[in-house]
Design a protein around this ligand. Structure first.
Ligand SMILES: Nc1ncnc2c1ncn2[C@@H]1O[C@H](COP(=O)(O)OP(=O)(O)OP(=O)(O)O)[C@@H](O)[C@H]1O
Length: 687
């Protein structure tokens, strides 16, 4: 907001604010007025009023002074007019009220207005008064008239200003009173301010003191907090330790109680023992007396023990000798019985349908002879010649329809002992389909056959032999030969080829065949069941399939008598042969191939046995997989048992005669056997 008021049109300004504005104007401020105030108060509106009263007074008195000057000028003008009237002079002069003796011509550089305020009209312009000759009254009159008109206008303007200054004069009083009040208020405020300043200083001192105290308190608070934290931590540690110690105390108290109890018991025992000790000491005295006699007896006994030990060793040697002799004699007996033994077994009809069938007339003579007859004569459809209607056969043993599995196994049991003694044993079940081969080998209807019985007997005999120092290692393999192909019955998914290799002196090997170590009869029977199941899984019709393939169970036996440095290696092959019916009765091509393969292998079996009988130089083992596989068990040191199975029905008569003839031929063969015995230092023989 502009604080300047044009000096030429000075108008009264009302209120303390206007006064303050005037006071701030340096031009108007008297030189003697203080340049600044001793204190500036923060009360709004009071700041401007708080300027010194003298300053205010000078501000207010300035216009008044101007007014008085104007008024005196006005009076002067009136005097001039009067003088002019009297003197008739043309020279215009003005009388200064303050310097009334000096007159001035207004030339115009700086023109004073009626209030005495100077106006800056730019550079002063010289106003040259027109010189009018004295005689030109008219001109002089005009000039005077102009001056007069100007004076009239000036008077008019002055009058207007005077009316404003009158108002200022009135308001001056009001303002002065206000100024006084303000001065008083200021004095009160100054006083209050000083008091407050003092208080403030005191408060500051107090605040500083409090701040210092606060700092000290904060420092001590921090220290205390740190101490509290440390104490809390140590408290936690102490609590943990206390818990641990409490547990230890409980545990130790328990131990102490136990120890105390134990100590008490020990005390009791000690007392008892002391008592016993005393008794024993007394007895000992008595014993010492008797001891002399006993020592004599002891020395005699020791001599006797030594003698008995020597005798025992001799007896042991004798036992080994006797065992060897037993093995030799056992073998002699087996040899005497024949290295190839042939049994015949006639199965009973088992169903009502079979009972209704026409039966052959079979006569069992002693335990070795068999007389079989047909009730009716018949003619061969091929040759037209009358067929045989009877047959008489003699075997090592003939088992009737009433014979049990135990009876059949009796003789085989002796061959099991031979196998444990280091011989290779081979058992065949031969006969047409349905004649009872599987029943004889595997068993059925809760009556175990030759294979499970052989397993039981092997482990039973091993147990006995263990007592006299023998240790046995038992292994087993299960395979079948179908259409001249070998299948591993313990690993039917085996895609690797199973090939037979025979090495003189090392025996027969089948590549990639599973040979499983067996620790017990139970384990071996479990594998036997698995092999039987695998054989059935592969076939759509188990009975059909089983009658068209040869199943071979081989048990490998290795006995060691370390004391005597002896190793015996034997084996048992238990073979359930395929059905032996002739190709004439076979209907389709597939069956014809199967039958031809079966018959070729069975014929080769016959040929091999025959060649062995004739002691031929060439034995045709390689003519079939079956004979090649069983090479080690069919000649030399092996013992063979063939069970020929016969069905009692007339419709089977021709096949029965054929089977019986084949078996009779086998029976005639005799082989010279040799035991697989070697020293421990020699390399073990492979199967
Ligand atoms: N001595 C026997 N006592 C009681 N039942 C028997 C006897 N021999 C065989 N059987 C029964 O006769 C049936 C045929 O026997 P098995 O299956 O053993 O003949 P297989 O010659 O093995 O026939 P395949 O060649 O088809 O295998 C079976 O049910 C079997 O249980």
């Amino acid at each position: 907001m502009s604080s300047k008021i044009p000096k030429s049109s000075f108008k009264p300004v009302f209120g303390s604010r206007a006064l303050g504005t005037i006071a701030e104007n340096g031009a108007n401020r008297p030189k003697e007025a203080p340049a600044s105030f001793s204190r500036v108060f923060s009360v709004p509106g009071l700041r401007r009023r708080s300027k010194s009263v003298t300053d205010l007074r000078s501000v207010i008195s300035q216009p008044l002074t101007d007014f008085r000057a104007l008024r005196s000028q006005n009076l002067l003008k009136k005097d001039v007019q009067n003088e002019n009237k009297h003197n008739g002079t043309s020279k215009a002069t003005f009388r200064n009220p303050t310097k009334s003796t000096t007159s001035k011509t207004v030339t115009g550089a700086k023109r004073a207005n009626p209030a005495g305020v100077m106006h800056d009209d730019g550079p002063p312009k010289p106003k040259v008064a027109r010189k009018i000759p004295d005689w030109d009254y008219k001109g002089r009159f005009h000039q005077l008239n102009e001056k007069y008109t100007q004076a009239q206008e000036s008077i008019k303007t002055m009058k207007e200003k005077i009316s404003g200054f009158e108002y200022i004069e009135n308001s001056y009083e009001t303002t002065r009173k206000e100024a006084e009040e303000l001065a008083q208020a200021k004095a009160a405020l100054v006083e209050k301010c000083e008091t407050l300043t003092l208080e403030n200083a005191n408060l500051r001192v107090r605040v500083e003191k409090i701040q210092t105290d606060l700092n000290l308190l904060e420092t001590s608070h921090k220290t205390l907090e740190e101490k509290a934290t440390a104490l809390e931590e140590s408290n936690v540690k102490l609590t943990d330790e206390k818990e641990k110690n409490t547990k230890d105390i409980i545990r130790l108290t328990g131990s102490l109680n136990e120890l105390t109890e134990f100590h008490d018991n020990l005390k009791k025992e000690h007392a008892e023992l002391s008592h016993n000790h005393k008794e024993l000491q007394e007895k000992y005295k008595l014993f010492c007396e008797e001891n002399k006699d006993l020592l004599k007896a002891l020395s005699t006994s020791e001599k006797k023990v030594k003698k008995l030990e020597a005798e025992s060793e001799a007896q042991n040697n004798e036992l080994q000798h006797l065992q060897a002799e037993r093995r030799r004699l056992h073998n002699v007996i087996q040899d005497l019985k024949g290295n190839i033994r042939v049994f015949c077994r006639v199965r009973p009809p088992i169903s009502s349908a079979e009972i209704d069938l026409l039966q052959c007339s079979i006569t069992f003579v002693d335990n070795n002879g068999l007389d079989i007859r047909k009730s009716r004569e018949s003619v061969s459809q091929i040759t037209g010649k009358p067929q045989e209607t009877k047959g008489e056969f003699t075997f090592d043993r003939v088992f009737s329809t009433e014979s049990t599995q135990e009876e059949v196994f009796e003789d085989l049991a002796q061959l099991v002992q031979s196998a444990l003694d280091g011989y290779n044993v081979c058992v065949f079940a031969y006969g047409q389909t349905g004649s009872g081969k599987t029943y004889t080998m595997q068993g059925g209807n809760g009556s175990p056959g030759m294979i499970p019985r052989t397993i039981d007997l092997i482990f039973k005999n091993i147990e006995e032999l263990n007592k006299s120092g023998w240790k046995y290692n038992v292994q087993a393999s299960f395979l079948e030969i179908y259409n001249e192909n070998i299948r591993d019955l313990l690993n039917i998914n085996n895609s690797q080829k199973l090939e037979i290799y025979h090495n003189e002196g090392k025996g027969t090997t089948v590549t990639n065949l599973t040979i499983q170590p067996m620790d017990s009869a139970v384990e071996l029977k479990q594998y036997m069941t698995l092999a039987h199941r695998n054989r059935a899984t592969a076939a759509t019709d188990f009975n059909e399939h089983s009658s068209r393939s040869h199943a071979v169970t081989k048990i490998y036996l290795e006995g060691t008598l370390e004391d005597q440095n002896i190793v015996l290696k034997g084996s048992i092959n238990l073979v359930d042969l395929a059905g032996s019916e002739s190709a004439k009765t076979t209907v389709n091509d597939e069956r014809l191939t199967e039958t031809k393969n079966i018959n070729r292998s069975l014929a080769t079996l016959g040929d091999v046995i025959s060649a062995l009988y004739c002691k031929s130089k060439h034995i045709p083992y390689r003519n079939s997989k079956l004979t090649y596989l069983l090479q080690s068990s069919l000649g030399g040191n092996s013992k063979t048992l063939m069970v020929v199975n016969v069905a009692p029905f007339e419709e089977c008569f021709n096949e029965s005669i054929s089977s019986l003839r084949f078996a009779a031929k086998v029976k005639e063969v005799k082989t010279g056997s040799k035991r697989n015995k070697m020293a421990l230092s020699q390399p073990a023989m492979k199967f």
